[in-house]
Design a protein around this ligand. Structure first.
Ligand code: DGI
Ligand code: FE
Ligand code: FE
Length: 397
């Protein structure tokens, strides 16, 4: 395997890091890329207004998840006492991956000082080096000459990887955040994490967030594979609200937040329920899948200050219930047939959503029950209650 190791302060990680990681993975044909946030970088001070180690680790983890399944974050430097020397990190990595090829990724400025790091001969014997060059800013000739010198002195293998110029740095991102701006250099979910934790002087009032900020917060709470779905539910819920006369803004907020607790553990769900005064029934108490709609609603209200209407639309989005309200139906159906959903019958369901909302609801519930039965999953009484109710209700109209 070829494994890239990319260390840094990541305070915070930004799209410059993300692009460098992507470029290195492609140029070196890496099988795996490990991002390593430094505890105490030996070469510079962490910013006094910077984030703590655990927050930098979490944000770097979010970026790793966005970058894809071959990218991971590792806390080994955070768990080691004292300064984060690369030689120590590489020794640990080599012990972990004895038969694999290690590549150490770094910026061009780092390449020029490499011979002054602690134990450069150890570093360069354990790993090959890939140095990023900013196409317009860095002198490629000078970099290649220096790489040649390192090869001669240490027998090092050094590659230079050209990057498109990107005016982005953690210092600039921190400054913009402090000024209340939305830095272009931040991935949405990293921005959301920063807002939720009030890092870098953002001090956002989570109970009165703009749609853009609320969306970033929600995306920061779930894995990247769910991002497109959440955006799809938001967009679809707004359209259905416009079509059927519900409040589009409430539909938007509910769509944005509906799955925000999707990846919490059962214990975390139960803790939130306790805090929110929600008493799960027996089936719910053992099922994170059933609880995520309740806890999503709870956080929408307790953390983000959303209205009762938004609360209940999220609360019922997984099972439905007898006597569903308009926004509840809309979020339930948007969740079912947003543009990323693909199953037999989805086109018919979308058509019904535009012509007969209750017929669509019946179809959704029937498909859901059939699917659960086929998989041997017990039907929750509210799912059954919703189906019985919509059948009866449509007969009467
Ligand atoms: O969160 P999403 O994946 O977007 O969709 P969702 O909120 O409808 O959740 C789907 C999950 O919920 C799926 O894994 C099955 C589960 N679920 C939905 N209705 C029932 C149910 N599980 C049980 N046991 N009984 C139900 O009636
Ligand atoms: Fe859901
Ligand atoms: Fe969903």
């Amino acid at each position: 395997m070829r494994i890239g190791i990319y260390g840094g302060s990541f305070d915070p990680p930004h799209i410059g890091h993300a692009e460098a990681a992507r470029a290195a993975a492609a140029a070196l044909k890496l099988d795996k890329l490990i991002l390593v946030p430094a505890a105490l970088p030996p070469h510079k001070e962490l910013s006094a207004e910077g984030a703590g180690a655990e927050d930098r680790l979490a944000m770097t983890g979010i970026m790793a998840d966005v970058l894809g399944r071959n990218v991971e974050v590792d806390r080994l430097e955070l768990d080691r006492a004292g300064k984060s020397y690369t030689a120590d990190t590489l020794r640990e990595m080599k012990a972990r991956y004895p038969g694999d090829e290690l590549w150490l990724l770094m910026g061009s400025d780092m390449l020029f000082s490499l011979q002054n790091w602690r134990e450069p001969e150890v570093i360069l014997s354990l790993a090959a080096v890939a140095a990023f060059a900013r196409e317009e800013e860095d002198d490629l000739r000078e970099m290649k000459a220096h790489a040649g010198k390192l090869s001669e002195t240490y027998g090092a293998r050094v590659e230079v990887i050209p990057l498109p110029v990107h005016p982005c740095s953690s210092t600039q991102v921190r400054r913009e955040l402090k000024e209340g701006k939305r830095p272009q250099g931040l991935l949405d979910p990293v921005y959301g994490y920063i807002l939720r934790h009030g890092l870098y002087g953002t001090n956002a009032d989570l109970k009165h967030l703009s749609d853009e900020k609320l969306r970033a917060c929600s995306l920061s709470m779930v894995y990247a594979k769910r991002h497109a779905h959440i955006l799809g539910v938001e967009e679809t819920a707004v359209k259905l609200a416009q079509r059927w006369g519900a409040d589009p803004q409430a539909a938007r907020r509910a769509g944005i937040l509906h799955d925000c607790t999707k990846y919490l553990s059962l214990k975390e769900h139960l803790d939130i329920c306790k805090r929110a005064g929600i008493v799960p029934d027996e089936m719910e108490a053992g099922s994170a899948k059933l609880l995520h709609s309740k806890t999503g609603a709870a956080l929408a209200q307790m953390v983000y200050g959303e209205s009762d209407e938004v609360y209940w639309a999220i609360y019922w989005h997984t099972t439905g219930r007898a006597d569903m309200g308009l926004l509840e139906k809309i979020v339930y159906l948007a969740d079912y047939m947003e543009p990323n959903r693909d199953f037999e019958g989805v086109e018919e369901l979308r058509r019904l959503c535009d012509t007969d909302l209750d017929a669509a609801l019946q179809m959704g519930l029937e498909m859901s029950v059939a699917d659960l039965e086929a998989r041997g999953v017990p039907i929750h009484k509210n799912t059954q209650g919703a189906l019985d109710w919509v059948r009866e209700h449509r007969k009467g109209t």
